[in-house]
Design a protein around this ligand. Structure first.
Ligand code: URP
Ligand code: ZN
Ligand code: ZN
Length: 465
């Protein structure tokens, strides 16, 4: 019997700390050897001239999430995880949204039913707590933590989702007791409502006024407040989808004071600006997300946050709505005001190529930092053992990249369920070409090679923060 099921030969391996040329031996879905001239496998993939990286972990994606009356997300678990696989990701972390009045367990069982048997890659849910009742705080959250759901997201904005400060403190207190990590969407709900009302009264209702309704101070203030609330409870937090310097500097200051405050940014804050929302007619709706894309100085600040370690994770915030669709960006109410345009843009397949091309190829970040920001740190921070790196004993979650392949992002080439990409025509150098999930070749040379959808749900351990 051969020693290995598969050998990946002669590629340049990269981890969060090193890169070097070696062979990888895989057996029963795990990496069992890393060395020179490994031999004895059922199959050998020649990776000469290629990069062999840990499969990406995208720890911020929305899939099949209820999004308001008449609005439907464009991806189900099959299409989202297919797109994730083509984008070099072996694990995604979608949200399980608790609707008002609903128990978290009931919400979870709905999401598990949607995911079961439909995932090309592995997945693990974060819980969105929108209704922190006594039973949610006292019983459900601690019990779910014990079952491996070790991170919760809370919102400081959005109708029906925003928690007030008392509720935020209550969730943070439970997280501290359990050892869970709380992700925070930091934008001031009342300020946004106030500004939205004023803009609408002035007849300023086109999609680009979305940006004017949530300017930087709205995000900066909420970031500062979230950090202060976490400091009161003495609990780690992750501020998600940070879009600008002022919010980034709040996080940096907190870190300098020794607080366990982490930050995440996303592709939209590196390559889009508010000018994208100013396109004619309803076209701007394609770029409406929260926080909104800002300006070139904000992009530069987000790069600094990635380079200097203020941000420890880079995620997509994939939140897919079709454009030519009344259940998506062209919802009838959305034409009357930006207030009703569904918030969110797709990005699960383009996250890694954008950071690789704009970051590694253009010399802004090292290959090792790329690996840390897109895989290793996600695994550590969210408690995914044996994921996010290339090491003996780890799951054989591996993306093989062609670092020379030049091709623009084109909707026609993508695999998500959305009918557009906000990154159309962005020139990319370096694309993932093959992907293994626990040793299974899901994508081979740009083709879906395994349709079994054997992606698993992953129980998580205590976050390492
Ligand atoms: O606009 C966005 N980001 N939509 C997704 C939901 C969220 O806030 O993460
Ligand atoms: Zn959010
Ligand atoms: Zn999100």
């Amino acid at each position: 019997m051969p020693a290995f099921d598969l050998i990946i030969r002669n590629g340049r391996l990269a981890t969060a700390s090193d890169s070097y040329v070696a062979d990888i031996g895989i057996r029963d879905g795990r990496i069992v050897a890393i060395g020179e001239a490994l031999a004895g496998a059922e199959e050998v993939i020649d990776a000469t001239g290629k990069l062999v990286l840990p499969g990406g972990i995208d720890s911020h994606v929305h899939i099949s999430q209820p999004s308001g009356p008449g609005i439907v997300m464009a991806d189900d678990f099959e299409s989202a995880t297919r797109a994730a696989a083509f984008g070099g990701n072996s694990t995604v972390m979608p949200y399980c949204l608790q609707q008002k009045g609903q128990s978290l367990r009931a919400a979870l069982s709905d999401y598990h039913a949607l995911a079961l048997g439909n995932c090309h890659v592995d997945h693990s849910f974060h819980l969105i707590v929108s209704d922190p009742t006594e039973s949610v705080l006292g019983q459900e959250l601690p019990a779910l933590f014990a079952d491996g759901y070790t991170s919760f997201k809370v919102f400081m904005t959005y109708e029906g989702m925003a928690l007030d400060d008392y509720e935020m403190l209550s969730v943070l207190e439970v997280a501290r007791e359990a050892g869970a990590l709380v992700q925070i969407h930091a934008e001031n709900y009342d300020a946004i409502r106030f500004l939205t009302d004023r803009l609408e009264r002035a007849g300023k209702t086109a999609p680009h006024f979305h940006g004017r309704s949530r300017p930087i101070p709205v995000e900066r203030e909420a970031t500062h407040r979230a950090i202060s609330l976490a400091e009161l409870i003495d609990v780690p937090i992750m501020i998600v989808h940070v879009s600008n310097r002022e919010a980034m500097e709040e996080i940096r200051r907190a870190q300098a004071r020794g607080l366990k405050v982490m930050g995440e940014t996303c592709p939209q804050y590196l390559v889009l600006t508010e000018a994208d929302m100013e396109r004619t007619g309803m076209e701007g709706a394609k770029y409406v997300c929260s926080p909104p894309p800002r300006d070139l100085a904000s992009q530069q600040a987000c790069w600094e946050g990635l380079q200097q370690g203020v941000f420890s994770v880079f995620s997509s915030d994939h939140c897919p709505f079709r454009y030519e669709d009344e259940a998506g960006k062209l919802a009838p109410k959305g034409r009357s005001s930006f207030r009703w345009v569904p918030n969110g843009i797709p990005g699960i397949e383009t996250r890694l190529p954008i950071l690789f091309s704009e970051g590694v190829v253009k010399g802004r970040i090292s290959l090792e930092r790329f690996v840390a920001l897109t895989a290793t740190n996600h695994a550590r921070i969210y408690g995914l053992p044996n994921k996010g790196s290339i090491a003996v004993g780890y799951d054989a979650d591996i993306a093989i990249w062609d670092p020379e392949l030049k091709r623009p992002i084109r909707q026609a080439d993508l695999h998500h369920g959305v009918d557009y990409t906000p990154y159309e025509d962005l020139e990319i150098t370096g694309w993932p070409v093959s992907l293994l999930v626990r040793g299974r070749l899901v994508v081979r040379d740009g083709m879906l090679s395994d349709t079994t959808k054997l992606g698993r749900h992953l129980q998580r351990t205590r976050p390492l923060v």
